[in-house]
Write a protein that binds this ligand. Structure first.
Ligand code: FAD
Length: 552
């Protein structure tokens, strides 16, 4: 600022007023004069004594050396950090501070830098006057003379033993945690608040390639949130987390489903961002542990399938018995209808052809026939009504495929199983629905067999559209001609001719089961490669059952 500038003059006048108003008891005339001198002689620049004081009082150990590191000056903080008074070190080399355990290479680099007029910054091991070692976080800057040569060095250092120890402890803890997490024999991940994986272990990495999913943790999160609903937030806010949540991953195709037992716990970390320095802040993390329980579940499933096999064999016997009895009733009814018609004819004509006993005889035959029908009807085993529960059709179809495995293999049928990733449940009877889909799969195999199809492919697709779950069962058999597409659902209608063992009641039963579940079953008229049976059900409004995740 120029001494003649208006601003300078204004400030000077202002300063004069302030100095005049100072209490002479508190402010000596020398002090006031010094202030005046500082202001007027430097016109806004600081006086040299202030620089000296600034260095002297700086809270960092400062030393000034000649070009050979011989100490010329050391400030107060230098004494505090090193234990040496200024008078003890002036004239000595900075090496007096060395603990002699810093590698030579470090000094070589230090000198290489500073002798090339560059600032060096690094850590050296120093020894305090009392003999204790400490870490010196040191910066050395060369000071140049008018010719551009090095005249002095200024060294500034602080004791970094404590922060280094702290850093090391944090680093050791991190290594320890990483080692523990890595050696954990279950897939483990830590996710941040934005569902980003920030720590994972070897088992999790193995899971990525195993499942063929880019970030399996996200898939698990999606399922767990869908399953737990409000429970998810409750588990988070209570701090208790969750455990033993079973998740099924259906990989589709020829790959067997996998099961995992999931546990999760949230933890909070202080935000270390600069923005949170004054405000504070917390970050949520989720530790997710995924234990593969597939072997145990497979054993359970094997046992379950064996039970189902027995159950379905019994049901099959009952079904055959029902069909046989219904078939017998159907057969008896045909001649009885004719007898009934003959009696009616005779009565209308009033002629008995000379044999009045004939209508009576026919009536007796009719009565006995009806008795037989009634007896047969009483013998038809009842279909027990099962409780309605939310059912996952992916699970049912998977079981049907397992139940049909031997038959499919024996007939050389290739299965293309394409479950939809997230299938909501439908309300129904597991047994009845299993019987329905088993029937449709059996029909498909039978159709491909009877037509001696060269390509034998069974494709099962599940899909969700709005509130509707659709299951397509496609085969590469001869298909069903348009004129027969309604009739096949009628009792005793069969496209397989008289030679077949089928009574023509399978699709009737399928229709009945679909009706009981308020669904729709139809033959897709647009399908050209065989037959596509399409079954549709309304999804359960309240999603109370596990939704499955499946990946084709
Ligand atoms: P020395 O024989 O002194 O030096 C070891 C190596 O340094 C030699 O092999 C040589 O390559 C190089 N070297 C030494 N002197 C020179 C020179 N004048 N020109 C070019 N290369 C040279 N050391 C500490 O241990 N602790 C400190 O806190 C510390 N503070 C320092 C502050 C300043 C401002 C400066 C300039 C140096 C400081 N040093 C410090 C370095 C110190 O001067 C010594 O170099 C170091 O301590 C090693 O000492 P020594 O006796 O073991 O080996």
């Amino acid at each position: 600022m120029e001494k003649t500038s208006l601003k300078y003059l204004q400030i000077e006048a202002c300063l004069e007023r302030v100095l005049e108003s100072l209490n002479p008891d508190l402010w000596s005339s020398e002090k006031i004069e010094k202030i005046r001198e500082v202001f007027s002689s430097h016109a806004g620049l600081l006086p040299s004594w202030l620089y000296v004081e600034a260095v002297e009082q700086a809270p960092v150990a400062i030393s000034i050396t000649d070009a050979n590191a011989n100490i010329l000056y050391a400030n107060k903080a230098f004494t505090e950090v090193t234990g040496y008074g200024s008078d003890e070190v002036v004239g000595k080399n900075e090496s007096v501070l060395s603990d002699k355990c810093t590698p030579r290479q470090v000094y070589r680099e230090l000198w290489h830098h500073i002798s090339h007029k560059k600032v060096w910054h690094g850590i050296l091991v120093n020894r305090h006057k009392n003999g204790e070692r400490y870490l010196a976080d040191l910066t050395i800057a060369p000071m140049l003379n008018d010719e551009g040569g090095i005249s002095h060095f200024i060294g500034m250092h602080r004791d970094a033993t404590e922060p280094y120890g702290f850093e090391q402890r944090v680093s050791n803890q991190k290594t320890l945690i990483e080692t523990v997490v890595n050696s954990t024999p279950v897939a483990t991940v830590v996710l941040d608040g934005q569902d980003r994986v920030i720590v994972d272990n070897q088992m999790y990495k193995a899971l990525i390639s195993d499942l063929g999913i880019e970030e399996p943790a996200l898939t698990f999160l999606e399922i767990l949130r869908a399953e737990m609903k409000e429970g998810w937030n409750a588990a988070k806010s209570s701090g208790k987390g969750f455990r033993n949540r079973e998740v099924r991953i259906d990989l589709g195709g020829h790959r067997a489903p996998r099961w995992f037992s999931c546990a999760g716990v949230w933890f909070v970390e202080n935000d270390i961002g600069a923005g949170a320095f004054f405000k504070g802040g917390k970050r949520d993390y989720l530790l997710l542990i995924l234990t593969d329980i597939t072997p145990q579940k497979r054993q359970q499933e094997e046992a379950h399938i064996n039970t189902l096999r027995i159950l379905m064999a019994e049901e099959e016997q009952i079904r055959i018995l029902r069909e046989t009895l219904l078939g017998a009733i159907h057969r008896i009814r045909q001649p009885m209808n004719q007898i009934q018609a003959a009696i009616g004819l005779m009565e209308r004509r009033g002629a008995d052809g000379g044999n009045a006993a004939l209508p009576e005889l026919l009536r007796q035959v009719l009565d006995s026939g009806q008795e037989t029908i009634a007896t047969l009807r009483n013998c038809i085993p009842e279909v027990l009504s099962a409780p309605r529960l939310p059912v996952n059709l992916n699970q049912i179809l998977h079981e049907v495929l397992l139940l049909s495995r031997d038959r499919l293999l024996a007939n050389g049928v290739v299965v293309d199983w394409r479950p939809t990733p997230l299938l909501p449940s439908v309300l129904g009877s597991e047994n009845r629905l299993r019987t329905l889909f088993k029937q449709l799969v059996d029909n498909a195999v039978e159709a491909m067999n009877s037509s001696h199809a060269r390509v034998r492919e069974l494709r099962i697709v599940t899909r969700v559209d709005d509130d509707i779950v659709t299951v397509d069962i496609e085969d590469t058999g001869p298909g069903i001609p348009p004129e027969a597409r309604k009739k096949v659902f009628e009792p005793f209608y069969t496209t397989n001719g008289a030679s077949t063992r089928q009574a023509g009641l399978g699709l009737t039963m399928a229709q009945e089961i679909v009706n009981q579940h308020h669904g729709i079953i139809e033959i897709d008229p647009g399908y050209r490669h065989g037959c596509r049976m399409r079954v549709r059900f309304q999804i359960t409004k309240k999603r109370t059952r596990t939704e499955q995740i499946t990946h084709a």
